[in-house]
Design a protein around this ligand. Structure first.
Ligand code: ADP
Ligand code: MG
Length: 739
């Protein structure tokens, strides 16, 4: 193997500190490298490791987008082909070979490798990048590595962090002689950044007033902002204010020196809206701006444009519209100005209602400072915050680690399968709270993955062991396990459904300001696939259509077809990819006992398999009446179709569902999301009695009205069966033994 020539860009702080870093790695098992974004941690540390003679380096990233982009960059700096000395592994693609010494990967991939390689022997060096984000995966990895380090004295662990509390990592990895792990600080030169506050509503209104006034988003600061969610429901709060504020901020920057602008927005939809508005505002301008979106689901080529020189002639400036991927993990070059909407999508799990939400929330002060810091890397810059200083001051200092706000079911399952019985003993940086752990056990019990014998340790069941090897939401994994049991025809139908549920909807709804005719056209296109009893079967119809068209058309014609039918081509490809992956993960046993039917399987069998993963997400119709707001005075009432769900929750069917008008008697839902109301998304009509067999001991039976029946010559009674408080069998006659 020929050694690459290693050159360090002289301007990077990490290059200047490389002897110090190398010495720390040589002398210690764990080293923390902290430094401002852009100082060279991500791209230069693997090179330092190479020079130290490390042979098998795992380098983890929180996002797929970053893993791939960084692998490309490191390969480029070393003048090697990607996939050779430098490769990457993400959920759907591997680009590694026997020659690979630096493997970029998502932290989820490294976690999954533990199952086959308990001590991670295939690596001699592990770089956990972006540890300050404190994702659940990073926290679990850091706990796990803490456990195995004594058994792997040859393993080096390097943890990198933005300049946010690196001491907590150092303290976690205190060596046997009581020394915390060394921290190497590499913050280089930064230039002053002027912060300007430009709140969405009246500049001098306090956040409370603007919220009460109902104009704009009026985010109350700090914890309270959790309540002011921007939801994904159709009547979301006005995003126009935000878009307008971004254009106004750009106009303000037009009066400043040249330089590119980085805009932080919470998600893809907001980025697309803003991109359109900015392009529109500058369309007739004599010096054009180039608008570049940057978010996870863009194609590789589209993402790349951000790192390439612009091809537009006479360009005034570039405007990069990004999610928080640009906050610390990717360095967008040439940025002098930042516009910060101040929000991000942050996943939250309610242990009480067992509902996962993805609300848009105000980011912490630390995040806001990271964002504005991006303007001061090459010269002095300006950051415009679309919120008030008062709002900023009231925000929490740091974002809560994910372990305190997300579902722990996957982690608990992983831990059981790796043989860590007692979670309270696991060396977490921040221990999860006990309600979260209990909620995880509840879910795992619900899907039959775990046995909780009274007074003894929880045990994985056979189903649980199968599920723990499947890198996906445990509910979805459970569906596949059940489908495989039901036979290959059922599995064939359920696999694309589960793949479809694992990705974002491929159907694209034009934004609210698109012409009505375009929106009608999209609705008409999508309506062709609707099954009025099941959104899951709708997915199957859409899937079959896409597969047929893909077979028939060449790839560019297929891409055009997707566009004209309002289907997102990139997500369609992702759907195909995930489907291919799932097919290799789960196979139906050869002799499943049930003969496979010809053609499409029995829809009930498909729905029963899906129900195995959704037992607590069923609901029974419970209409209520409400005064209509228009006709309140006249006392007119209208009926609202609501469902009574598990543990007392109530929900309605999401307006986008094909079942919205039908309101069947009983439904199951793939997802229950809490926005301003609680909605069930992706639903199907079911026979609730199906749940009885799947629920086992979880179903509760209550006997009433026992009496002697002359006709039967036996004692009879009525039995009610409930599951999590939902009546799945309201009344059935049971007969006791004849005398
Ligand atoms: P850190 O991890 O400390 O934030 P990086 O190693 O990501 O820093 O970036 C170091 C420098 O390398 C950046 O300032 C940027 O100029 C450059 N860089 C990183 N990735 C790319 C890329 N894909 N294209 C061009 N330049 C890049
Ligand atoms: Mg980095």
């Amino acid at each position: 193997m020929s050694s690459p020539v290693i050159v360090y860009p002289p301007e990077l702080p990490v290059s200047a500190a490389r002897d110090e870093i190398a010495a720390a790695i040589r002398d210690h098992q764990v080293v923390i490298v902290a430094g401002a974004t852009g100082s060279g941690k991500t791209t230069q540390l693997p090179k330092i490791c190479l020079e130290l003679g490390r042979e098998r380096i795992a380098h983890t990233q929180p996002r797929r987008l970053a893993a791939r982009t960084i692998a490309e960059r490191v390969a480029e700096e070393l003048h090697v082909e990607l996939g050779d000395l430098v490769g990457y592994k993400v959920r759907f693609t591997d680009q590694v070979s026997d020659a690979t010494r630096i493997a970029l990967m998502t932290d989820g991939i490294l976690l999954n490798e533990i199952h086959r390689d308990r001590l991670l022997r295939r690596y001699d060096t592990i770089i956990i990048d972006e540890a300050h984000e404190r994702s659940l995966n990073v926290d679990f990895l850091l706990g796990y590595l803490h456990r195995i380090l004594p058994e792997r004295p040859d393993l080096k662990l390097i943890i990198t962090s933005a300049t946010i509390d690196p001491e907590s990592f150092a303290a976690h990895f205190t060596s046997r002689n009581g020394e915390p792990a060394p921290i190497v600080e590499v913050s280089g030169r930064t230039y002053p950044v002027e912060i300007r506050y430009r709140p969405l509503s009246d500049a001098d209104a306090t956040p409370e007033e603007s919220a009460a006034g109902g104009r704009g988003r009026g985010r109350p600061a700090g914890r309270d902002s959790v309540k002011s969610l921007r939801s994904s429901e159709p009547a979301a709060t006005e995003p126009e204010d935000e878009v307008g504020a971004i254009v106004a901020a750009l106009r303000e920057l037009d009066r400043e020196a040249p330089g590119d602008v980085l805009v932080f927005l919470p998600g893809e939809a907001e980025i697309r809206d803003a991109a359109e508005a900015v392009r529109g505002a500058y369309r007739s301008s004599t010096s054009p701006v180039e608008v570049l979106p940057l978010y996870g689901r863009l194609s590789a080529a589209e993402q790349h444009r951000v790192f390439e020189k612009s091809k537009v002639a006479g360009l005034r400036r570039r405007v990069v519209l990004a999610t928080n991927v640009a906050e610390t993990s990717l360095t967008v070059p040439g940025i002098k100005y930042v516009i910060d909407a101040g929000t991000a999508r942050i996943s939250r799990y309610s242990a009480r209602s067992k509902v996962q939400r993805l609300p848009i929330e105000a980011v912490s002060q630390a995040s806001a400072n990271q964002r504005s810091g991006r303007a001061g890397r090459q010269s002095s810059g300006i950051a415009i915050r679309l919120y008030s200083e008062d709002d900023f001051e009231k925000r929490p200092e740091f974002t809560e680690p994910e372990i305190l706000r997300t579902s722990l079911a996957s982690v608990v399952l992983q831990m059981l399968s790796l043989g860590f019985g007692d979670i309270t003993e696991f060396p977490f940086l921040t221990p999860p709270d006990s309600r979260g752990v209990k909620a995880a056990f509840d879910l795992l019990t619900e899907i039959g993955a775990v046995d909780l014998p009274r007074g003894s340790q929880p045990r994985l069941t056979r189903v649980g062991r199968e599920i723990s090897r499947m890198p996906m939401d445990p509910r979805f994994a459970r569906m596949l396990v059940e489908a495989a049991r039901a036979g290959s025809d059922v599995l064939t139908a359920v696999t694309p459904i589960v793949a479809g549920l694992s990705i974002q909807d491929v159907r694209e709804r034009p934004s609210a300001d698109a012409p009505q005719s375009v929106r009608d056209e999209a609705d008409r296109m999508h309506a062709r696939f609707v099954d009025p009893t099941s959104d899951f079967l709708t997915l199957v119809n859409l899937w079959n259509h896409l597969r047929e068209q893909q077979k028939e058309l060449g790839s560019s014609a297929f891409r055009r077809m997707c566009r004209s039918e309002h289907l997102n081509y990139v997500r369609v490809r992702e759907w195909f990819d995930v489907h291919r992956q799932l097919k290799t993960l789960v196979k139906a046993p050869k002799h499943s006992g049930r003969p496979a039917t010809e053609g499409a399987p029995d829809p009930d069998a498909v729905h029963r398999a899906i129900l195995a993963g959704l037992l607590s997400q069923i609901g029974i119709l419970d209409e209520r009446t409400a005064s209509t707001s228009k006709n309140k005075a006249k006392g007119e009432k209208r009926r609202i179709a609501e469902y009574r769900g598990a543990r007392g929750i109530r929900f309605s069917i999401f307006p986008g569902s094909g079942l919205r008008r039908k309101s069947p008697q009983a439904v199951m839902a793939a997802e229950i999301v809490e926005t301003s109301r609680t909605y069930a998304r992706t639903v199907a009509a079911i026979d609730p009695a199906w749940a009885e067999a799947l629920a086992g001991d979880l179903a509760k039976r209550q006997v009433t009205e026992p009496h002697w029946s002359k006709d039967a010559g036996a004692a009879v009674a009525y039995e009610k069966v409930t599951l999590f408080g939902v009546e799945i069998i309201p009344k059935r006659r049971v007969q006791f033994a004849r005398i």
